[in-house]
Ligand binder design. Structure first.
Ligand code: SF4
Length: 699
């Protein structure tokens, strides 16, 4: 029989950056079912994760009591197999007082003996804005360094670097819904049907109303079937293809001279650079014929309103920043930005990766992208926080792992992230985590990272707390508490504050709204959003600088937030992937996500309906490549790179080009990031998840 809920709580989805509003129907402190709400981003639509991915919150693996590593626990090792059932062989239960005293006290001792730069923190893109803000404030004022980062470094750091450099803001220019106002939509390096499913439905609605969709991707996504044109270019040749498109636009006089003259700088250098990238020269490099390049370039440049959406196929390369620079240049040279139905939209992955970045959970910026090495910005936050702040940008995610290996970082506090699964070259990352003198992990499950901790602090799941979250559209929304945390698990804000107190900070926040109020005092972009307004309206789009300001869904209508008010062209040239296929490792590995599973799988693999659909680790191999191996769908294969190997099931899939294998990164028993390459884009410091050399064999 259907459960009759005893309460209904309006909130937002905990998974992707689309930010669908939903209602939890709760019975006996358990979510019975979920319904879509009429929010600005979803209008009551939900995908399979939002609708069915909620029972992780009730899973028996939930951490319900603080844990301390046993004195007689086996030595930490990076190559463990996680077994949450055997947690008590490694950890013992502790009171909150004991756990916090050990966690905070040990980190404070490292700070006092070795300095604040010997500590680092990873916050979470799945936590609220308030949690992100307090976490980075704790690292900056309690540790005394800027060594704070989160998974934005692994998804859109290169996009943000290019956007800040080119147009002065790292966020999107137009909301997803603007696809319904566009004549032409380009989706490049993204698979919205899988990763932003409700956004994909808006794109399909737009196509139904006459919008022309161009999908550009080495993997043929489901959306490509609905496309006006699909360009299956060769992996790693983004700059070649995009520069060739710009070459056509220049050569055929399709640039917007007025826009370029009035609103940009650096066009002459861009034009000179793309002169060497004719479609005929680039066609054999990128695998797209010259006529198609010309057609798509004209289509984009000459439409009344063209919009570009992109994902990690663009960003997760050592040339990710260059890829994004090309997309920005395309929009600027054609004036396809600053109006409804145009613009640039890097689709954000996690539900709050935009908000966490805005709130300062990045090593080089205070909240609202105010640089830590800018004396005026630093003085502002020193006054606001009553602390002396480090003037040197901190280390990024992968840099922190290397710094641990070098002995420079000795202690870490990780809240709600799972670098043992999500970092590139995961064996190296696990060895680094295992080598820390002291690791504190705050999470809801015994993740692969928590297994390596000295102290584990049991935290609250998404429906167990109230906070604000910022979606991919810059829409600040409120998520409300529907459940009580289980056992002794506590809300994350409380835990961060308790850690701050143990580090000597005099914090006394009693309500999430106090944190939000402090944020809006230091972050001009949200200065006009009050907590009361959020509670009343549920969603407000920033920039919203004054109370009464309705919010700003479309930005750059008149000026760009750079010193000159003008956007900047930055030319890019072809840089090959760090690790190319060779005789020993002849194939290319591409990693990503599946519709049913979210990132490292800690939530969705504990959601019964989702796990039932995709229960086992799979490698998606082209049917001809599989046949060449002598294999059949369902066979066990071993995939190896220079850094590690995993064993998983082969699935025949002709959406990838021959020679390329796609593997989701959510399966701990086949953690594919053991194989990926930690080589970094020099600007965004993002690793090259989308390209490394591998070999595959049966068995
Ligand atoms: Fe949740 Fe994203 Fe699905 Fe919406 S599209 S229900 S936000 S996972």
């Amino acid at each position: 029989a259907l459960a009759v809920p005893d309460k209904r709580v309006d909130s937002v989805c905990p998974y992707c950056g689309v930010g669908c509003q939903l209602t939890y129907n709760v019975k006996d402190n358990k979510i019975a079912f979920v319904e879509g709400r009429d929010g600005p981003a979803n209008h009551a639509r939900l995908c399979v994760k939002g609708r069915y991915g909620f029972d992780y919150a009730h899973h028996p693996h939930r951490l319900t009591v603080p844990l301390i590593r046993r004195a007689d626990a086996p030595p930490k090792r990076g190559d463990f197999v996680m077994d949450p059932e055997r947690v008590m062989e490694v950890f013992r239960e502790a009171s909150w007082d004991e756990a916090l005293a050990l966690a905070g006290g040990t980190l404070a001792a490292i700070r006092d003996t070795r300095g604040g730069r010997a500590l680092a923190g990873f916050g979470s893109a799945k936590g609220s804005n308030e949690e992100a803000y307090l976490f980075q404030k704790l690292v900056r004022t309690g540790f005394g360094s800027n060594n704070v980062d989160h998974c934005t470094r692994l998804c859109h750091a290169s996009s943000v670097a290019a956007l800040l450099e080119g147009i002065g803001s790292g966020a999107v220019s137009n909301p997803v819904m603007d696809v319904t106002r566009a004549e032409v939509v380009i989706v490049i390096g993204a698979n919205p049907t899988v990763n932003h499913p409700v956004a994909a439905t808006w794109i399909k609605n737009a196509i139904g109303n006459g919008t022309k969709l161009v999908v550009i991707d080495p993997r043929r996504s489901e959306l490509a079937r609905s496309a006006h044109r699909y360009l299956q270019f060769k992996p790693d040749t983004d700059v070649a293809l995009l520069n060739a498109m710009m070459h056509v636009i220049v050569a055929e006089g399709l640039v917007d001279r007025e826009f370029i003259a009035g609103r940009t700088i650096g066009y002459a250098e861009l034009e000179a650079n793309v002169a060497g990238y004719s479609p005929e020269l680039m066609a054999p490099i990128c695998g797209i014929d010259a006529d198609t390049i010309r057609y798509v370039a004209r289509l984009y440049a000459t439409s009344k309103a063209s919009m570009i959406l992109w994902g990690m196929g663009i960003s997760q390369h050592i040339h990710g920043t260059d890829n994004a620079r090309c997309l920005i240049a395309l929009a600027l040279m054609t004036g396809q930005i600053g109006r409804p139905g145009t613009g640039l939209h890097p689709l954000r992955g996690q539900n709050n990766v935009q908000g966490a970045s805005d709130a300062g959970l990045i090593p080089m910026m205070f909240p609202d992208y105010q640089r830590v090495d800018n004396p005026a910005a630093r003085a502002k936050f020193e006054q606001a926080w009553g602390a002396t702040l480090d003037d040197r940008p901190g280390l990024t995610v992968v840099e922190i792992m290397h710094a641990i290996k070098r002995g420079e970082i000795r202690g870490m506090y990780i809240m709600g992230e799972n670098p043992a699964m999500s970092d590139p070259d995961a064996n190296h990352a696990r060895e680094s985590l295992a080598a820390l003198e002291h690791l504190v992990v705050q999470d809801i499950f015994l993740t692969e990272t928590a297994y390596l901790a000295d102290v584990i602090l049991p935290a609250s799941a998404f429906p167990e707390k109230t906070g604000s979250f910022t979606n991919t559209d810059r829409l600040v929304q409120i998520g409300r508490q529907a459940l009580e945390p289980p056992g002794q698990a506590r809300q994350d804000l409380w835990i961060i504050e308790q850690m701050a107190v143990r580090l000597g900070l005099n914090w006394a926040y009693t309500h999430v709204s106090q944190v939000f109020d402090e944020m809006r005092r230091t972050m001009p972009s949200i200065g006009g959003i009050t907590w009361e307004r959020l509670e009343r309206e549920n969603a407000v789009t920033y920039p919203c600088t004054q109370e009464g300001d309705p919010g700003t869904p479309v930005v750059f209508t008149e000026t760009f937030p750079r010193e000159s008010g003008r956007a900047r062209f930055v030319p890019a040239d072809i840089i090959p992937a760090d690790e190319r296929p060779d005789a020993e490792y002849p194939m290319v590995l591409i990693t990503g996500r599946q519709l049913e599973h979210w990132h490292t799988g800690s939530m969705t693999r504990r959601s019964a309906a989702l796990d039932a659909i995709e229960p086992d680790p799979v490698a998606l191999v082209h049917p001809l490549d599989l046949a060449a191996l002598g294999g059949r769908p369902g066979d066990v294969v071993t995939l190896a790179s220079r850094r590690g190997q995993v064993v998983l099931y082969a699935r025949a899939d002709d959406s990838s080009p021959r020679g390329a294998i796609f593997v989701p990164f959510c399966y701990y028993e086949a953690a594919i990031n053991k194989l990926t390459n930690a080589a970094l884009d020099p600007f965004g410091k993002i690793p090259e998840f989308k390209y490394c050399a591998v070999r595959v064999k049966l068995g």
